[in-house]
Design a binder for this molecule. Sequence first.
Ligand SMILES: CC(C)(COP(=O)(O)OP(=O)(O)OC[C@H]1O[C@@H](n2cnc3c(N)ncnc32)[C@H](O)[C@@H]1OP(=O)(O)O)[C@@H](O)C(=O)NCCC(=O)NCCS
Length: 150
Amino acid sequence: MKPIEIHKSKESELQAIAMLEAACFHDPWPLEQVVYEWKENPTANLYSAVIDDEVVGYIDFFITFDSASIARICVANEYRRNGIAKALIDKMVEVCKKQEEPIDNITLEVRESNEAAIKLYEKNGFEYITRKKMYYSDGEDAIYMVRCII
Ligand SMILES: CC(C)(COP(=O)(O)OP(=O)(O)OC[C@H]1O[C@@H](n2cnc3c(N)ncnc32)[C@H](O)[C@@H]1OP(=O)(O)O)[C@@H](O)C(=O)NCCC(=O)NCCS
C-alpha cells in the first residue's frame, strides 16, 4: 500500500469526510455536522488519513480539560485492515500526550454489534468497562471502553 499521511483535517477535506461518513455509518453525520465539528466545536479534533490526496479515513476526538474521547473513526471499505484506524488512534494518543493539562485516559462508546470496532479497540489497548443500556436512539446498547495513556 502507498504511504498514509495523517494530518489535521483541512476545510477542503470536509466534503470527502462527509462522504466517508455516509459510506461507513448507519447513522452518518451530514456535511453540516462535519462542518460544525471542524469549525465550531471547540472540543473537537479532526484528523484525516490521506493516500495519494484521497481522504481514506478520519477520526474526530474530543478533548475537554483532562479527558479525551473518540467521537467518530472510520476508514473507507477498500482500505480497511491496513492499519489506518490504528494510525489514527496513534495520532490521537500523540496529541493527547502533548496537552498542557495531562490526559490520563481515552474513553469511547461502541455499538455492541460492532465487532470490527471492538476488536480494533481491544487490539489498541482499550478495555471493557461497562455496558450502557439503550445508549443509541435505536435502542442498541453501547460498550464503554477506556484506554489509559500514561
Ligand atoms: C472499525 C474500522 C474503523 C477499522 O478500520 P481499519 O483501518 O480496518 O482498522 P485497522 O486496519 O487499523 O485494524 C487494526 C486491528 O483491528 C482489528 N480489526 C479491524 N477490523 C476488523 C474486522 N473487520 N474484523 C476483525 N478484527 C478487525 C484487527 O485486530 C486489526 O488488526 P489486523 O488487521 O492485524 O488483524 C473500520 O472497519 C470502519 O471504518 N468501520 C465502520 C465505521 C465504524 O464502525 N467506526 C467505529 C465506530 S465506534
